[in-house]
Write a protein that binds this ligand. Structure first.
Ligand SMILES: Cc1cc2nc3c(=O)[nH]c(=O)nc-3n(C[C@H](O)[C@H](O)[C@H](O)COP(=O)(O)OP(=O)(O)OC[C@H]3O[C@@H](n4cnc5c(N)ncnc54)[C@H](O)[C@@H]3O)c2cc1C
Length: 374
């Protein structure tokens, strides 16, 4: 049996791929499903356009390019993972530049590099833009945005009887091979242990002989703005002068209010600021990036989340999902929600031929986590 440690998007997608191939597996989750990075994400299934803002189609853009259609197939109930029933916020994302020349040039070069997946549209064709006084260039990207909680819910239903509440405390070794895990509920043996535990993977590898597998943390300081009145939802990126979006916005409903969830460069730059200072930056970013719209804001808060990824040396963003196979052990980080299918493909390619039958534990099932802006 395959033991998958961590019930975020990576572990759950992999478990569904195993299930569809008749490979016995179980997922062990210490808290609630998705509670770490997955539910803190903006749900954007990137196809790489934001990696082509400098007009160069990087390796990252090429690898991730296949992910939107992979997810759309799953959402339509086609393919090995069936996500029919997951709520789609939008089937596309927007990308806009302001009226500054530099910002417009960034959009122009990106549209050349990603011509097949990025169309320029007239602002009048997009509610909340032309009619509201937007001046600049507007593009539509063929990259969907999903409601992450509904995705976790659909996945968890399909994996009924395969997901268990357990905190893995250590790996069980036989010589240089991993043969199982020690948990707060007891020991569980399997033929392969797959660590998709996000930030938790680092502690599980601390005493292992595999010190070559190293993790990096890239923190974010997201800003959540709760609104008095519902507004036309926005899912997209304002491009500035650089190779990263100045602001990435997604819109969510929580407890009778709508929330604008603000990331992109704002969240990267704000990690060393106090909450008050970051909230000020968030208000300025709304003004600079979506200044043609008026928002009645009840309150703003800062949501600090750490991205856990394989170390890249200089702390840069890794290009694609990372999978490290060792004896009886596979260590994996998707590095993006969108890349969960790519991670599962790489892990499945390693499995071939190894399988032992083991009984699943009789532990309880974890619930689904909550969005951090609740
Ligand atoms: C603010 C933010 C916004 C983002 N937006 C996007 C986006 O729009 N699009 C995109 O593609 N990507 C986005 N990402 C990246 C994406 O969220 C992550 O790459 C992805 O969710 C990682 O999934 P995961 O399953 O590897 O990790 P996680 O979601 O962190 O899950 C790991 C799980 O392992 C469990 N665990 C840890 N240790 C143990 C243990 N010892 N025993 C048992 N369980 C354990 C944890 O409780 C957790 O549930 C964003 C990330 C952040 C932080």
């Amino acid at each position: 049996m395959k033991i998958i440690v961590g019930g975020g998007i990576a572990g759950l997608w992999l478990a569904l791929e195993c299930q569809s191939r008749g490979i016995a597996c179980c997922v062990l989750e210490q808290g609630a499903l998705g509670q770490a990075q997955t539910l803190a994400s903006q749900g954007m299934i990137h196809g790489g356009t934001k990696y082509a803002l400098d007009g160069v189609l990087s390796q990252a853009a090429t690898v991730i390019g296949a992910m939107p259609s992979r997810w759309l197939d799953a959402l339509a109930g086609r393919g090995s993972v069936n996500l029919a029933g997951v709520q789609l916020h939008r089937s596309d994302q927007l990308l806009w530049s302001t009226d500054s020349l530099k910002s417009q040039l960034v959009g122009f070069f990106a549209s050349k590099a990603m011509a097949s997946r990025m169309q320029r549209i007239h602002p009048d064709d997009e509610p909340g833009f032309g009619d509201a006084g937007f001046r600049g260039m507007l593009y539509r990207l063929n990259e969907p945005v999903i409601d992450v909680a509904s995705c976790l819910s659909v996945m968890s239903e399909q994996l009924h009887g395969c997901i268990f509440q357990a905190q893995v405390q250590s790996l069980v070794w036989q010589g240089d091979r991993v043969i199982g895990v020690e948990t707060d509920g007891g020991r569980l043996d399997g033929d392969t242990v797959i660590l998709t535990a996000g930030e938790g993977t680092e502690a599980l590898l601390a005493d292992s002989p595999h010190q070559d597998i190293r993790m990096q943390r890239r923190p974010l300081a997201m800003v959540a703005a709760r609104l008095v009145h519902p507004t036309i939802p926005i899912f997209g990126h304002h491009i500035g002068f650089g190779s990263k979006p100045k602001l990435t916005v997604s819109t969510h409903h929580a407890a009778a209010h709508q929330t604008l969830y603000l990331g992109g460069q704002l969240a990267e730059d704000g990690v060393n600021l106090s909450d008050d200072a970051q909230i000020t930056q968030g208000i300025e970013a709304l003004q600079t990036s979506i200044g043609w719209r008026q928002f009645d804001i009840i309150d703003l808060s800062v949501i600090r989340v750490t991205r856990a990824e394989p170390a890249t040396g200089q702390g840069h963003r890794p290009d694609t999902a990372a999978v490290f196979p060792r004896k009886g052990l596979i260590v994996a980080w998707p590095t993006k929600l969108a890349l969960a299918p790519a991670l599962a493909d790489d892990v499945l390619a390693i499995f071939q031929g190894q399988e032992t039958a083991t009984q699943r534990p009789a532990w309880s099932t974890p619930g689904i986590g909550q969005y951090p802006w609740h």
